[in-house]
Write a protein of this length. Sequence first.
Length: 260
Amino acid sequence: MGEKVKIGLALGAGAARGLAHIGVLEVLEREGIEIDMIAGTSIGSLIGGIYAAGIPLKYIRGLACELNWDQITDVTFPRRGLIKGEKLLSFLEILTGGKDISELKIPFAAIACDIEEGKHIVIKEGSLAKAIRASTAIPGIYTPFRFQERLLVDGAVLDKVPVSTVREMGADLVIAVDVGTKDINKKVKNIFDILFNTFDIMQHELDKYRKLDADVIIEPVLTGCSSFDLEQAERCIAAGCEAAENSLARIRELIKEKIE
């Protein structure tokens, strides 16, 4: 296969739990494991997209630990969703510096779902901020986002961890990060809890029949971490670090095998 093994990263959906992706990236970067391409779904598209844009991880970590829902929430009359998403898009435009996906340091794709046609959509071009906004449009919470002539919602509806997309992008070795809920046992206090619990239950059932076809699957231990609680950022990042460190030996072994 040659000297350079192309390593692709598939970052999965999980709302606030996805802050664990930051910890995974910190470990891979620290260990000199270069990522050649990234595909992300929902929160995975947000963390993966801004990392691919060249934003330093120390800045991403700091932002995650300071962020609160008021900064990205604009409640609307619930015709299509509880939150308009304009505030989130403005935040993303500033964060990404208005970059186009073609300008990114690392090839990147965001996963969304066409809610009118039920199609799996891979966004590889156009505004990075708009691609992330589409991929993170959680049904019932954020309003769907019209982008590239499609009405798009959160990619987790069809593709929670976009392994196949990373393979199609040309990866020789695919590392998947799954931050989905492994057990359903959470108290319901508000409408957001109801919606997130509903999605978690659906994904939990789907996961019984659909396995991830990745070379390495990193699964941070996020027991008790809510999909809605941004105040648990440090805990999620630490879980991501620990899970990535536990996978390092396997990653290095596979890189060596593919070089040989």
